[in-house]
Design a protein around this ligand. Structure first.
Ligand SMILES: Nc1nc2c(ncn2[C@@H]2O[C@H](COP(=O)(O)OP(=O)(O)OP(=O)(O)O)[C@@H](O)[C@H]2O)c(=O)[nH]1
Length: 383
């Protein structure tokens, strides 16, 4: 009997302890009125300081919070970009200008000196015909202007400047057609592998964003998955949509989707990156021709930009020519001019391809792309 009473007392005691423990645990889990909502996480300064035992319960609320959208970059303004990039151009091309000025300023311009001048121009990738043209003009002008008033030397720098500007041709229309007639402007970017196409597409997008234009990018370089990811990163950084397909998707269908998206949404400009494989001319023609035809079901292509690596010199030009025979190139982007003292390539490209250099790449930085201007280029050259 006493044993039964004892068991009953122990039973009651166990139930009571369990109940008390249960109440305590439930009390701990209950969120204190408003605390723990997402607004507390976004604006921590407004939240009351949490009690020691509620802090543990609030941690999960913070982890389920969506990560904040990455802050968009603000591309550099045109004005500051130009000042910076002209300095860079001067430091890469200055030796060429200094070399020419030094030779032309010698007391006596004999045959050896003219030969050295020719060598400097040829080494700068100007090409044979333009070199001969400029040397002939300089010989004539320096003789005539120097002899006009005996004893007075002509302003060699001014004469050289004029001749070089004429060679680079300031009359060419170098504006980019970034808007269409009632449609988005469509820029098709072509060129051999590694020339800097994807980078250039990203840089042009930044220039347009800095000018408050809306942009869509088409990642039609489906041959190389990394190129698609690379372009997606460029787009994300400035909040520009990138239309992409899976690896091996038909580039024409990606280009079509990108342009359609731009047309449907009233976007100003769509830039389409393409693959640069030089398998053979027929294959290239098929692929680029198809991309262009398919795009033009939606809107005309307003600009075909050929990207050319300045460091590849005259060899690069031969490859570039194949592209210009396949698609109607309307402008050249000369990249990596920062890594080469061969500014003469600008003239060679224009003369051999018959289209103006419209943009120059002057570094790997995201805003290292500048519009090309003949006078500014020659001034950078002459220092
Ligand atoms: N120094 C310098 N490097 C540049 C310039 N433009 C591009 N590059 C570099 O050149 C390399 C190749 O650039 P990409 O844009 O990947 O070339 P791509 O033509 O798209 O190459 P594929 O996708 O293989 O066809 C990268 O390391 C770029 O950073 C430039 O103006 N100056």
């Amino acid at each position: 009997m006493a044993g039964e009473t004892l068991a009953l007392i122990i039973g009651i005691a166990v139930v009571a302890i369990a109940l008390v423990a249960g109440l305590l645990t439930t009390g701990r889990r209950r969120p204190p009125s408003v605390q723990g909502r997402s607004t507390d996480v976004i604006s921590p300064s407004k939240a009351a300081p949490p009690a020691a035992d509620t802090a543990v319960a609030e941690v999960p609320a913070a982890t389920v919070e969506a990560p904040p959208a990455p802050a968009l970059e603000r591309p550099e303004s045109t004005a500051s970009r130009l000042v910076r990039l002209r300095q860079r151009l001067a430091s890469s091309q200055g030796a060429l200008g200094r070399g020419l000025l030094g030779l032309l300023s010698r007391d006596k311009l004999d045959e050896d000196t003219w030969e050295s001048i020719e060598d400097v121009l040829l080494t700068a990738d100007l090409g044979v015909a333009p070199t001969q043209q400029v040397v002939t003009n300089l010989r004539t002008r320096l003789r005539v202007e120097g002899g006009a008033k005996s004893g007075e030397r002509p302003d060699v720098r001014a004469v050289l400047r004029e001749e070089l500007i004429a060679l680079v041709d300031p009359g060419l229309d170098r504006r980019l057609a970034v808007t269409g007639d009632g449609n988005p402007g469509v820029l098709l970017v072509v060129g051999v592998n590694g020339a800097g196409k994807t980078t250039t597409v990203g840089k042009i997008a930044r220039i347009l964003v800095a000018e408050d234009r809306s942009v869509v990018l088409g990642a039609a370089d489906t041959f190389r998955a990394a190129a698609v990811d690379q372009l997606a990163t460029w787009g994300e950084r400035v909040g520009v949509e990138v239309v992409r397909g899976g690896e091996g998707t038909d580039p024409a269908s990606v280009a079509f989707d990108a342009v359609k998206s731009a047309v449907d949404r009233g976007i100003d400009t769509v830039i389409v990156d393409t693959a640069g494989r030089l398998q053979n001319k027929a294959g290239l023609m098929d692929e680029l021709g198809k991309v262009k035809r398919v795009i033009e079901k939606q809107a005309p292509v307003t600009e075909v930009l050929l990207v050319l690596d300045a460091t590849t010199g005259q060899n690069g030009l031969v490859q570039a020519k194949v592209f210009s025979e396949v698609v109607d190139v309307t402008g050249v982007v000369l990249t990596k001019l920062d890594g080469s003292a061969k500014g003469g390539i600008v003239v060679a490209v224009q003369q051999q391809l018959g289209v103006p250099v419209k943009l120059v790449g002057l570094g790997e930085g995201p805003d290292d792309l500048a519009p090309f201007d003949a006078a500014a280029f020659v001034d950078a050259l002459l220092g």
